[in-house]
Design a protein around this ligand. Structure first.
Ligand code: ATP
Ligand code: MG
Length: 636
């Protein structure tokens, strides 16, 4: 391809991805290795199911590890840093290759074969990545369950995935406190009607483990038996299953997202080039956890596929101090960083001097995703780091960004408050909520949907439940089927989208429909607001009223009721002036922490239920139960 393609505008690039879809994705597919070329780019004969690169044989582990041995065997691949256990270990691609084969041999010896499920319930330690890559290598389907979940959540996932083997560890650690995993795992297996035949345990020496004879095995001893293991990659059909992962459970029962092999590998390779602009030999630092989709795509697979080193960090962002992440950027010359607004808000409460203590010159951009990025937070971190802050909007379901900017194709400015424009491969539309008509004008509010076929990397279906996939996500509108994101958005005249919240987070005050996000954005512009959640609460007179829960930046100013009333008044005035009196919360209450999922997302549905005196429902994915208790206490 000549220079004309290089200088093509992003608009052309995006248009081509939809109008000349097969040629476009054939080019992207060349970013990975294929053992056998595919013969069909996209099979969309049976919508909404999209099957990518049919006929092709490939392997995620080969693309993430083996294929780099030729050019970069001795370069860093996996950098493990734990501020919990004071450990730091660096694996080159060569060493990673060895460890993954050992793990693969161990799993095979435990009876794991192609298509079998392996549940991974692990803290952020290298063995977790080895296990994921080992599964990918032998064609087993991994299902990583976030290590912070307790027995009940874990049990339902064991039940759903019915794994042959589980890989786990004695314990994790959080804020210096050991969190024992083994008793939780034992209890979960007891609760589940499915019993794995083998449990492989990494003993970190953090907590004693009661081993069940015949079922439980010590990883270190098994590994000893396979030190020289040579386990070739199993070549898989592109459309075979690579893994399943559950959504965060913000809105209800988590959905088991199922992903393929080839489409996912291509999608990640393309995103590393066009969106993240990571170069081989550089270092990528995602602060997420392997239990979330960001951890799958951008701790493990994406960076490694791109030949980058990836940092796996176990610990808090503020321990030993608020400079720990910046010190890692300096030490490992991180070029691309990926985090979440919730983490930035935590750092924002720290001394800003930490940002100036380290040499951050290697850093090219910070990507943030997972929840709305409010302007004050974005500005604070942009000023502090001096690099572009790139908001990106996506879902567990999509596997990679839906809305952001692709600076690798054409440099574009971000707009504060907007995650950006539709990525290549995504035909993103806005639909009128009740009529279902497509909205084409600027600044019209609608439901964000994606017209099929969904691009490579997108979920194939709900694990074991095609009907749930079709019924949950797909709506038919005249002439087509569209995938609903269940998020509200608007698009401005320049084509930038703004996410206004989830479709079930809309408040109807006396006939006015308001997104909770808009009100939150307004409230968070008050200088003494660190975080805020707004929910709609049933009201006899108005249908619903907005209720705000605020974490103050400086809570020492809120000692007495009068001080709280004063700040409440200021916040109400602010909303009046920015959005109008209809959006003014009926009350602003102060708490020290907001209820969130383990992945850092606000649990508005739970707050709303408590405010309305209802049962808050499934709380298994909630992080800190005391947060909801504070809200209960306010209403007691
Ligand atoms: P569940 O689907 O189980 O209720 P969840 O939607 O929180 O849980 P995820 O897939 O982890 O599970 O989160 C995706 C959602 O997060 C998006 O649909 C959107 O609501 C929100 N989100 C992600 N990134 C952004 C962003 N950059 N801006 C605004 N919202 C975002
Ligand atoms: Mg969701």
């Amino acid at each position: 391809m000549g220079s004309s393609a290089k200088s093509a505008s992003y608009a052309d690039f995006h248009r081509r991805s939809l109008e000349d879809r097969d040629a476009f994705w054939t080019e992207q597919a060349a970013l990975i290795d294929w053992h056998r070329p595919f013969d069909r780019v996209c099979n969309h004969d049976n919508p909404p199911f999209a099957r990518w690169f049919e006929g092709g044989l490939t392997n995620l582990c080969h693309n993430a590890v083996d294929r780099h041995l030729k050019d970069r065997a001795d370069q860093n691949a996996l950098i493990f840093v734990s501020t919990e256990t004071e450990q730091e270990r660096v694996y080159s691609f060569r060493e990673l290759h060895v460890e993954v084969q050992r793990m693969a041999a161990v799993l095979k010896a435990q009876g794991v074969g192609k298509g079998d499920r392996v549940l991974i319930y692990m803290p952020m330690i290298p063995e977790a990545a080895f296990a994921m890559l080992a599964c990918a290598r032998i064609g087993a389907i991994h299902s990583v369950v976030f290590g912070g979940f307790a027995s009940h959540s874990l049990a339902s996932r064991i039940e759903d995935a019915s794994p042959v083997a589980i890989v786990s560890a004695d314990a994790g650690s959080r804020g210096g406190k050991v969190v024992e995993y083994k008793p939780l795992l034992d209890e979960a297996i007891r609760l589940s009607s499915h019993k794995p035949s083998s449990v492989v345990l990494v003993n970190r020496g953090l907590a004693p483990m009661a081993m069940e004879a015949g079922r439980d095995h010590d990883y270190a001893s098994l590994r000893e038996q396979h030190l020289d293991a040579q386990v070739p990659c199993e070549w898989l059909e592109s459309t075979e299953i690579s893994y399943t992962i559950y959504t965060s459970g913000t809105t209800g029962r988590p959905k088991g997202v199922q992903r393929d092999v080839g489409g996912y590998a291509v999608a990640l390779a393309a995103s590393m080039k066009h969106i993240f602009m990571g170069q081989p030999g550089e270092t990528y630092f995602s602060t997420s956890d392997i239990g979330w989709v960001v951890g799958h795509s951008y701790i493990v697979y994406g960076p490694l596929i791109a030949g980058m080193a990836t940092i796996m960090y176990e610990g808090l962002p503020i321990r030993p101090d608020g400079g720990i992440w910046w010190s890692l950027i300096e030490k490992y010359k991180v070029s691309v960083m990926f985090s979440a607004p919730t983490a930035v808000r935590v750092l924002k409460k720290q001394d800003p001097a930490y940002l100036k203590k380290h040499d951050l010159s290697s850093l090219k951009a910070l990507f943030l995703a997972g929840e709305p990025l409010d302007e004050p937070t974005a500005r604070w971190i942009a000023d502090g780091l001096g690099v572009p802050i790139i908001d990106n909007y996506w879902q567990t379901e999509s596997g990679w960004p839906i809305l952001t900017i692709a600076n690798g194709v054409e440099r574009k400015d971000s707009k504060f408050g907007s995650p950006g424009i539709p990525m290549y491969g995504y035909s993103v539309k806005l639909l009128h909520e009740s009529t279902g008509e497509e909205l084409t004008g600027a600044d019209e509010k609608g439901v964000v949907v994606i017209e099929g076929p969904t691009p490579p990397g997108f979920m194939q279906t709900v694990w074991k439940d095609d009907a749930r996939f079709v019924n949950t996500y797909w709506k038919s509108i005249p002439g087509k089927l569209v995938y609903s994101t269940f998020d509200w958005g608007i698009r401005d005249k320049d084509g930038y989208f703004y996410i206004l919240g989830r479709t079930d987070d809309v408040i109807n005050v006396a006939g006015h429909r308001l997104g909770t996000r808009e009100i939150e954005e307004s409230i968070s512009s008050h200088p003494n607001v660190a975080e805020v959640a707004v929910v709609g609460v049933a009201d006899n007179l108005k249908g619903q009223v907005a209720m705000a829960f605020v974490v103050a930046k400086d809570s020492t100013t809120l000692g007495d009721a009068q001080a709280q009333l004063k700040l409440e008044g200021e916040i109400m005035k602010l909303v009046d002036s920015q959005l109008g009196a209809v959006a003014r919360p009926s009350r602003v209450r102060f708490v020290s922490v907001l209820p969130k999922t383990r992945s850092g997302k606000l649990l508005r549905r739970a707050i709303q239920a408590v405010c309305e005196g209802r049962d808050p429902g499934d709380l298994t994915t909630m992080d800190d139960p005391s947060a909801l208790q504070q809200i209960r206490d306010l209403f007691a």
